[in-house]
Ligand binder design. Structure first.
Ligand SMILES: *Cc1c(COP(=O)(O)O)cnc(C)c1O
Length: 362
């Protein structure tokens, strides 16, 4: 996967946007940050967006701005990237893990089973780019007075019934890590929300709690700003996001038709737009053998994620053990991510599929 702007045909435009920032000199919270925030909010169909320095920070500030804090319990799934849980730990709250469903999607029933009187928030993750079924989470939150935060770090632009990822949560988090569906030239992120209060708190929080220079109204005094240079590059890319997601969907469809009939579980076909295929993840009991077979033919694959969070050494203090979340554990052992990016040549998709067929001897 080639992450250079050149690979997208956007090198000149991005360099020119960067040159303009260099000439203006508004490097911190400059004009492009404001404009990107307006453009990204409007893209997501929400009122406000607040640029921050990573997806992690977007999650952290979503929680802080929604008033979640020390001692509160926040429920999320065991099969996500560790940043989801890291943000909960960072604010002094207690991460409570729940199993995913058999296909790896967040499971509102499993979240509900983890409720206690200290539960304050739930974070469903639109994993791999597939928009989670949000109705049950919104209902669960309404019934128990919880705050919904969407982890949309893998799902920029995912849409169902014309609603975008990020438009259900009290606040939602996006990452602009270079390999994400909308990626910057380094780290970056965005918090989106319909709440003026949450947006206002997040704006202060990302900038040492100040609304007026050197008056630090709210704590903790932390800096989490999005650089103007990143915003300038992202503004060039955002208008292409829907087209890139459509290319990803097209590649997913081609994988599906050319991998049919194999002893391999594929992502289910979805209504157009629901799944923006940040990753194309298949499942097989022979995952490690298939991975090394493809590797020998020069086909790079990934595992997302090889160790579920409840078994990660960094999180042993949470007190979970083997057997706690069977779906997450099984998926960690059977999942394989095939090559997927917007400009992946269709011939390469066919070649990968052919190699997978060869592996299964068909
Ligand atoms: C990438 C990612 C994050 C964190 O984003 P960073 O920009 O790397 O901090 C959080 N959650 C999920 C699900 C992610 O994929």
């Amino acid at each position: 996967m080639d992450l250079t702007p050149n690979a997208l045909g956007l090198e000149e435009e991005i360099l020119s946007a960067i040159t303009q920032v260099v000439k203006r000199g508004d490097f911190v919270l400059g004009a492009d940050v404001d404009r990107l925030e307006q453009e990204f909010a409007s893209y997501c169909g929400v009122a406000y967006a607040v640029g921050v320095d990573s997806g992690f920070s977007a999650l952290e500030l979503s929680l802080r701005a929604a008033g979640i804090g020390a001692g509160d319990e926040v429920i999320t799934q065991a099969n996500t990237f560790i940043a989801t849980v890291g943000a909960i730990v960072a604010i002094g709250a207690v991460p409570v893990l729940a199993d995913c469903d058999v296909k790896g999607a967040p499971d509102a029933g499993a979240f509900a089973a983890r409720l206690t009187e200290r539960s304050r928030s739930i974070i469903p993750v639109h994993l791999f780019g597939r928009l989670a079924e949000m109705g049950p989470f919104v209902e669960l939150a309404r019934k128990h007075g919880l705050t919904v935060i969407e982890d949309a770090c893998q799902a920029h632009g995912a849409t169902v019934a014309r609603r975008r990822a990020g438009s259900w949560g009290t606040a939602s988090a996006f990452s602009f890590y270079p390999a994400k569906n909308l990626g910057s030239l380094g780290d970056g992120g965005m918090l989106v929300t319909d709440s003026a209060d949450v947006a206002d708190a997040a704006r202060a929080l990302r900038n040492y709690g100040q609304r007026v220079k050197y008056e630090h109204e709210i704590g903790p005094p932390i800096g989490r700003r999005l650089d103007t240079l990143h915003a300038a590059a992202l503004r060039v890319k955002l208008p292409h996001l829907d087209a890139w997601n459509a290319l990803r969907e097209q590649r997913a469809d081609l994988y599906r038709t050319s991998l049919e009939g194999l002893p391999l579980s594929l992502p289910e076909p979805e209504e157009p737009g629901r799944h923006v295929y940040h990753l194309f993840v298949v499942e097989t009991e022979q995952r490690d053998e298939l991975r090394s077979f493809l590797g020998k033919q020069g086909i790079g694959t990934g595992i997302h994620y090889p160790i579920p969070l409840h078994l990660q050494p960094a999180l042993t203090s949470l007190g979970y053990g083997i057997g706690d979340f069977p779906n997450a554990e099984r998926l960690a052992a059977t999942s394989l991510s095939l090559p997927m990016y917007p400009h992946l040549p269709l011939d390469d998709v066919l070649h990968v599929a052919e190699s997978v067929r060869q592996f299964f001897g068909s």
